[in-house]
Design a protein around this ligand. Structure first.
Ligand SMILES: Nc1nc2c(c(=O)[nH]1)N[C@H]1C(S)=C(S)[C@@H](COP(=O)(O)OP(=O)(O)OC[C@H]3O[C@@H](n4cnc5c(=O)[nH]c(N)nc54)[C@H](O)[C@@H]3O)O[C@H]1N2
Ligand SMILES: Nc1nc2c(c(=O)[nH]1)N[C@H]1C(S)=C(S)[C@@H](COP(=O)(O)OP(=O)(O)OC[C@H]3O[C@@H](n4cnc5c(=O)[nH]c(N)nc54)[C@H](O)[C@@H]3O)O[C@H]1N2
Ligand code: SF4
Ligand SMILES: [Mo]
Length: 886
């Protein structure tokens, strides 16, 4: 391939799709890599929009100390000195690294080696603690090591796929398309999720179980399998331990279909159908994701799924396995290299033999003696002063940790905070004493491991911008400045990778995680490395583990684990009667630092919301679309209410994505309680008792401008920024009188040169004001106290015009689009930019199937993650209003 072109890997989800990227300066075109086994050429909306996120807008391009730009030499020396001094004075456990599944394996390896090998503390943990920790613990307990048995091919081969707390249609769209194709050949889908997600909507069976009742349900399934004689007695006798204990635990509860259905809040007939399908289908894959892991019973939920598969011998066979699907592109790499505080590198534990082995391999004197603090504990230790220096890399904990208000306070009080990030102004960066600019996707080079243990290369197609550097190198430079230069002298990611691969094979007699043959890769061979699944042997990769029924325990038997079902950590009560669940939307990634740069990804769900059952909303006087306070014992948010029977009565759902930079009042995590699973340390993101109240604004309005704005200080307003093509939309609401609106107006008009076009009707609280720069529209503000506001799409279009005509100027003052109504409706297909109105028109013209709509509009023909939504539009009565996210 030519200059600026490379086969690389998507930096978003754990599917790990291959991408062909072609760069020309800072512009980039991407397409799916047809040769990559994870996606065979497909990309989802986020992957397809990668080109819109690689500009330099908002990037951190030079190191900074406080507000002052600094040289790398100075910044590196300061970080090394402050860490060394803190360690000398207070011991190695007074410092910590908080890292991320968005680092490359080489970065992760370097960070872990420095902390656990040379600083001598276990205090390095990763955001995978918030994501995968429960599955990791379940794997270790049942299999003897953190091993994912299956592979993507199993998803093609299965006859039944169970999705446990997994909204695959939105979160792993390319894999979901693969399974949809299998479904067209007869595969069945069962979804276990309290919400009717898009995944559930198109499934063969949806069990909208009551929150946190999964263990009860899976235990009930196992009991049912036993009653039917559908367990595999031969497999149990030959390959498992703990079966008798599991039987005893099951017997302690009423496992009748009736009792289980009642406790899980599902219809008995539906539960019976699921049990029967599971019993009758040897080729079953059970996917589990955040609805399982993010719970104070996260480990038990995982084990309950593993128990059902072990007892039926459905593991290590084509089309049959329990499958913990990973979220981030390199969640697996972090688990492998020791990014979690609870393991050493290469799946070794803190026993004396493993520590001695690592000391020999690294030439290290002080390998950590015990596990370090897990994410939530780590920030508690920052808050109470036990940790005095922290280095945060590639994660945004002020947004993503539970009880985020406390995290903010903890960092504000921490004596020394270092943040490595690509972006200059994240919510976390605001607390950094030292800011270190990292290379971003498209610029960095290394490897990631996807959900099926497949190692793929990320390759650079753009030169490093400004002073940005690779994370592994930043870490190595600090290590050298701390006096460990010999152990951190790498010159390239290939060298780091070879050392890592060598470690996996070092004195390895029984560790399945082994990349031995890759330790000898030449630099060219590393560059050309094709995707390969570990364990890697002389004959290549390994698709499935445990095919021979041997597990990674000392006696080779898997351990079934007795489980008792429990409730959430904190139950709902009279004060907080609703259960707040949180998670993801289709087109956004986490804390918006990347997808927030692509206007096409901001249209499907433009602003933060709370989804609530109509009965719960009506009970407190909240109408669809109204601004709503969501309150918990931890904090409050104000977001738009979406009334929907996709939610169970009693349950709320809020997306996790919004930040202070986009919607200060729309952040979910200041609300979320910080209870964790005792065994895995994973927080219960999916259940916090909450209540809702109307916000009752006295006015609302919006502001459009070429540049992004922060709300003026001193005004108590609800505002959200929604990126558009060519301008930024800010939606406002307040509870004050005309003085509040006037203060906002003055703030927004600041710096404008010419007199604005202006219309005001004080009695109706209507204000329209437009500023021009020359002939072009520069800013527009509309407010109202009661009436409707005009469509934003029309005004956004005006920003593209070179000059505003007389008709447009008049229309601005009247507040109505001239002649035609431009309101294309919400974005349905982000890949091809097809909005709801166009699909409605196609349906009106006779398109009556997904295929027909795809042919006439293109919608749904690329990644397909919008297909459930198009199906919903097809089912809607004609003329019904098309509505979803705000
Ligand atoms: N579009 C998009 N895709 C992503 C990401 C993203 O930010 N955006 N992030 C990636 C990452 S890091 C991750 S971890 C994955 C996560 O992928 P998913 O796990 O699919 O995503 P979530 O929306 O967090 O949660 C999944 C579902 O769990 C359900 N749930 C809540 N409580 C319970 C319960 O008690 N039992 C059961 N069975 N289900 C419950 C929720 O209603 C929700 O629909 O997505 C990855 N892919
Ligand atoms: N309420 C609620 N909260 C949740 C969850 C939930 O379901 N509900 N899910 C949790 C889960 S599963 C996850 S994975 C987390 C994710 O939460 P975070 O990890 O906090 O989210 P991101 O926005 O992905 O943060 C990544 C940061 O790294 C930066 N970055 C990107 N690439 C690089 C790089 O190469 N080097 C460096 N140094 N920086 C880089 C980005 O600019 C961004 O600031 O959120 C968790 N929080
Ligand atoms: S499914 Fe989408 S986000 Fe995930 S790796 Fe593939 S293209 Fe990227
Ligand atoms: Mo995640």
């Amino acid at each position: 391939m030519g200059e600026g072109t490379a086969r690389t890997t998507c930096p978003y989800c754990g599917v790990g799709c291959g991408v062909v990227a072609q760069a020309d300066g800072r512009a980039m075109r991407v397409s799916g890599d047809e040769a990559h086994p994870a996606n065979a050429g497909r990309l989802c909306s986020k992957g397809s929009a990668l080109g819109s996120t690689v500009g330099l807008e908002g990037r951190l391009l030079a190191p900074a100390i406080g507000a002052r730009q600094a040289s790398w030499r100075e910044a590196t020396a300061l970080v090394a000195r402050r860490f060394s001094e803190t360690i000398d004075r207070h011991g190695p456990d007074s410092v910590a690294f908080y890292v991320s599944g968005q680092l490359l394996t080489e970065d992760y390896y370097a960070a872990n080696k420095l902390m656990k090998g040379f600083i001598g503390s276990g205090n390095i943990d990763t955001n995978s603690r918030l994501c995968m920790a429960s599955a990791v613990t379940a794997h270790k307990l049942a299999f003897g090591a953190d091993l994912v048995p299956g592979c993507y091919e199993d998803l093609d081969l299965a006859d039944l796929v169970v999705f446990s707390g997994h909204n695959a249609a939105w979160t792993h769209p390319v894999l979901f398309r693969r399974m949809e194709a299998a479904r067209a050949r007869g595969q069945r889908h069962v979804v276990l999720d309290p919400r009717r997600t898009d995944t559930a909507e198109v499934a063969d069976l949806h069990l909208a179980l009551a929150p946190q009742t999964d263990v009860r349900l899976w235990n009930g399934l196992l009991a049912d399998l036993l009653r039917r004689g559908a367990v595999d007695r031969g497999y149990i006798a030959a390959h498992l331990a703990g079966f008798a204990e599991v039987m005893a635990a099951l017997a302690a509860e009423d496992q009748s279909l009736h009792a289980v259905a009642r406790d899980c809040g599902v219809a008995e007939a539906d539960l019976a159908t699921f049990f029967r399908w599971f019993a009758e289908t040897p080729r079953t894959v059970s996917l589990f994701s955040m609805g399982a892991n993010q719970s104070t019973q996260g480990v038990a939920k995982g084990l309950a799924i593993l128990n059902a598969h072990l007892a039926t011998g459905r593991i290590g066979k084509p089309g049959a396995c329990p499958f913990s699907i990973t979220g981030q592109p390199n969640a697996m790499g972090g688990r492998e290299t020791g990014g979690m505080a609870t393991t050493l590198a290469a799946h070794m534990d803190f026993d004396a033999a493993a520590r001695a082995r690592l000391a020999r391999f690294w030439g290290a004197q002080r390998v950590a003696e015990r596990p370090g603090l897990m994410a939530v504990e780590m920030f508690d230790a920052v808050a109470d002063g036990r940790i005095k220096a922290i280095w945060i890399m590639a994660t945004n904990p002020v947004v993503s940790l539970p009880d985020a208000g406390r995290v903010r306070e903890a960092l504000a009080g921490c004596p020394f905070v270092v943040v490595s990030d690509c972006m200059a102004a994240t919510d976390t960066m605001a607390f950094a004493h030292v800011k270190l600019p990292a290379l971003a996707w498209g610029e960095k080079d290394g490897t990631v491991t996807n959900s099926e243990r497949r190692i793929s290369r990320q390759r650079a197609v753009m030169p490093p911008p400004g002073e940005a550097r690779a994370d592994w190198r930043i870490i190595a430079d600090v290590a050298s400045a701390m006096g460990h230069g010999e152990a951190f002298g790498w010159r390239s990611p290939a060298q780091v990778f070879r050392e890592w691969a060598r470690l996996t094979a070092y004195e390895n007699i029984d560790r399945p995680l082994n990349l031995g043959p890759l330790a000898a890769l030449s630099p060219d061979a590393y560059d050309a490395l094709e995707p390969v699944q570990w364990p890697v042997t002389g004959s290549g990769g390994t698709a499935r583990l445990f095919a021979d029924g041997r597990f990674a325990t000392p006696d080779g038997r898997a351990r079934m684990q007795p489980l008792r079902s429990a409730g959430p950590a904190v139950a709902v009560d009279a004060a907080y009667p609703l259960a707040l669940n949180t998670g993801r939307v289709r087109d956004h990634w986490h804390t918006l630092t990347r997808t927030g740069l692509a206007p096409e990804l901001c249209r499907h769900t433009p602003e933060p919301f709370v989804e609530v059952h109509p009965a719960d909303a009506e009970a407190v006087g909240i109408a669809d679309g109204a601004l709503t306070r969501v309150q918990t014992a931890q904090g409050e948010a104000v977001v738009i209410a979406q009334l929907s029977d996709r939610q169970r009565p009693g349950d709320l759902f809020m997306p996790m994505h919004w930040t202070a930079a986009f919607a200060p009042s729309g952040r979910a995590n200041p609300l979320v309680g910080a209870c964790v699973d005792a065994r895995s340390g994973q927080p219960e993101f999916k259940h916090t008792p909450a209540r809702i109240r109307p916000y009752r604004e006295t006015w609302r309005g919006f502001f459009l401008a070429r540049e992004g704005w922060a709300a003026p200080a001193g005004l108590d307003l609800i505002w959200r920024r929604i990126p558009q093509t060519g301008c930024q939309l800010h939606e406002f609401a307040g509870r004050g009188d005309e003085r509040e609106r006037e203060a906002l107006r003055l703030a927004l008009a600041r710096g404008a040169t010419a007199a604005p076009l202006r219309f005001e009707d004080v009695s109706a609280g209507v204000l329209r004001e437009a500023h021009l720069a020359g002939e072009r529209l520069d800013r527009v503000m509309f407010t109202t106290t009661q009436g409707a506001l005009p469509p934003r799409d029309w005004l956004v279009e005006l920003f593209a015009a070179e000059a505003l005509g007389a008709q447009d100027r008049a229309a601005l003052l009247i507040g109505r689009a001239p002649g035609r109504i431009v309101q294309a409706g919400p974005m349905v297909c982000a890949c091809l930019g097809v909005r709801a109105q166009r699909i409605a028109a196609a349906i009106a013209e006779g398109a009556d199937s997904l295929e027909a709509i795809g042919e006439s509009t293109g919608a749904g023909s690329n990644c397909g993650s919008c297909r459930p939504e198009i199906a919903r539009l097809l089912k809607a009565p004609t003329g019904a209003e098309v509505r979803h996210a705000a």
